[in-house]
Design a protein around this ligand. Sequence first.
Ligand SMILES: *Cc1c(COP(=O)(O)O)cnc(C)c1O
Length: 381
Amino acid sequence: MKIPFGRPILGEAERAAVLKVMAGPQLVHGPAAKQFEADFGSYTGGHATSVSSCTTGLHLAYVHLGIVPGDEVIVPAQTHVATAHVVAHTGATPVFVDCDPETGNISAARIAKVLTPRTKAISVVHYLGLPVDMAPIMELARSRNLFVVEDAALSLGATYNGVHTGLIGDAGCFSFYPVKHITTSEGGMFVSRHQDIISRIEKLKSFGYDKQVGERTVPGHYDVNLLGYNYRLSEIACAIGVEQMKKLPRFLEQRAQNYAALKAALVDVAELRILASDGDAVRKGSHYCLAIVLADRIASKRREIIGSINGKGVGTSIYYPVPVPLTALYKNDLANVPEAFPNALRISQQSIALPVGPHLNPDDMKTVAQAVKAAILECRS
Ligand SMILES: *Cc1c(COP(=O)(O)O)cnc(C)c1O
């Protein structure tokens, strides 16, 4: 692909940082993790602790909460399967909610309809980097004493009323998988406004040791008081993260420019609509990608349209290919029928995610737009 959907931008700075870790004595529990967490905390304005992925971070949020079989957690239908798996791993039941058709985000009104006395938590996904309208959700959560977990995997750089995503609810997690806003190869960050939650997550991600490595008076001596995991992030990954954080403002600026250029080039195409992911004065999006939704009359041609776009050297993706409740795994639950998730289903079946990442510039956006327009013209004939 001349224009891949995503490409990590790693350079000399990351290479030097990795070599420095490799030359030293410490591959885990070291200064790079401390630095990455401090930098991430000050960028977002909260407390942060590194984890091995967004998925493991989200899992720890529910382990911390102590949810058990019989409990229910609200999960958006239109998300990565990880958002639901982490609930299912605890034995609790994910209760899925359809999204709004314009944005792909869930809303307080839709959540309110499926709450039961068994509901313990609400998870939200800032879909494609657009912050969910959190104020009414937080109000609902407070009135019912529910914990709010933000899956912020696609929303690094996104804010709601000036507050960074991940720090509006009780806990939030970011992903550093290669095509996300920054990468550490695999990796994630758990954030919270509450230092006591972070302190507990630090123990849970490290076997449940009562004393962290730096806190031990006798080396190697600890007791264990929590059923923990090993979900830590290595010094090598954290050293890459420190360098990526320095580049983040530039990455976000490039994404915003690319998004605006591509949106302007596609806004008049009658056969598609653009998902509203860029936000407004209250919800500042992080421009993960630009998703087009094909009109119903050409929806059955999506496969050919994608083939044509890719054939012109332009990479695409689909976020996400099947609403989670309708995947083979989750559709066994009687509540998970297509009629319950019409908006998620339409986005899954009719959308195409187009690249706007910092590996591209507004000139590349012209190529992307031309490829899309030509593909749609081809399917008319
Ligand atoms: C990528 C993604 C994840 C998974 O992140 P990992 O770091 O790969 O675990 C979870 N949720 C959403 C919304 C994602 O896009």
